[in-house]
Design a binder for this molecule. Sequence first.
Ligand code: SF4
Ligand code: SF4
Length: 464
Amino acid sequence: MDNILEQHDSTFLLPRNAPPGFHVLAKPTGSICNLDCKYCFFLSKELLYPDSRFRMADELLEQYIKQLIQGQRVQEIVVAWQGGEPTLMGLDFFERSIAYEKKYLPQGKTILNTIQTNGTLLDDAWCEFFKRNNFLVGLSLDGPREMHDAYRVDKGGAPTFDKVMHAAHLLQKHAVEFNILCTVHAANEQHPLEVYRFFRDELKTQYIQFIPIVERATPELLPIANEGWGDSHHARPLYLLEGNLVTERSVNSQAWGKFLSAVFDEWVRRDVGTVFVQMFDAALASWVGVPPALCIFSETCGNALALEHNGDLYSCDHFVEPKFKLGNIKQDLMIELVASDQQRAFGNAKRDMLPKYCRECEVKFACHGECPRNRFIRTPPSANAPDGEEGLNYLCAGYRNFFNHIDHPMKLMAQLLRQGRYADEVMGILAQEENEKYANVGRNDMCPCGSGKKFKYCHGRGDA
Ligand code: SF4
Ligand code: SF4
């Protein structure tokens, strides 16, 4: 290990194919976590390292921070911790990380530290540390109590909602900036507004990310996968991206689109500029014509990698599987692995493997077939492909509805931004449009919005 540090003791020449910046999710405890969330795809990755202690060594931490800083030409370097549960490493580990950042950061560059946590181990000391070092914290919370506790349980199967809420309040007490990471699944997919309003009105959070749960399974695995994994059920087998079935916990594709549309409708009428939903920001970028910050909606990917606790670098957090291992940063320079033909091919495959059905889709500019991990169904039959084509995204139906649904307000916001105005003016424009549209509708008429409901039960309701 010393050799690599010595060989590259100052800024090294970056490979020709290297992107200016890249993102690494580092897992200092590997997949080890103190919880046993029923839908977690990552817990089983423990099986990849049968004899490991699952703790990132100090020399590797130094090596990693140094290579991360020296391998990028961007102004801001992001140091992102994830798991498993990274807080299991203890505060000392992160204090050392900050010390290495200070040691290797050249003048004129900045660092943003982020950590994704289940929150259950946070206390005042953690929050003071986060505040002191300007961490951006991602806190996993799936909505109100019954929706969160449906799947997010500890090793004994006990609910975790109260502990996570305690963590959220601690973060607020210490004025730590945090995002809510809310997965959408069978237990909350029918309750978009309840979930959104809970975050906005009860938790008073401004930053929300929605993430669809799609747990793939083969026909052989599906029955036991549905029964559940964890200490009180079946042992988790290594989760691989195989099979074209999904578990009962997974979000339904249409429901996912309706969930996003319902939240969007509420957000675009009252919360633009005060609540930030990552997916809506990414969509707006596509309507404006700039690359979205979310890899899943980009044309190509390959610049968001995953680092295991022992230095193994993988193509992506969702592809921590033997065939997607690029190398180990103790032997190979991380930037050379990032720039490698294997990794560039991985990223370009997102574009190159798109079925014709997607290439001709009216919302391809915003969707780009979403993430390859979810591309395991067939397209509808066509003249050229009577059995359909392989490689359509399982969430396609939902995304297609959603992106079409938001087209009009997105066009309005994009136009405002192009005119140098603020996107939040869209709220006033939509309110005026709707006043005109509904002005002469009778209570018992069908609602002009196309819902199929009577006006008095739809937009004619006092609260609509
Ligand atoms: S595989 Fe999916 S999650 Fe991974 S980098 Fe590509 S789009 Fe992003
Ligand atoms: S909405 Fe469906 S068809 Fe259109 S680009 Fe996305 S996955 Fe492909």
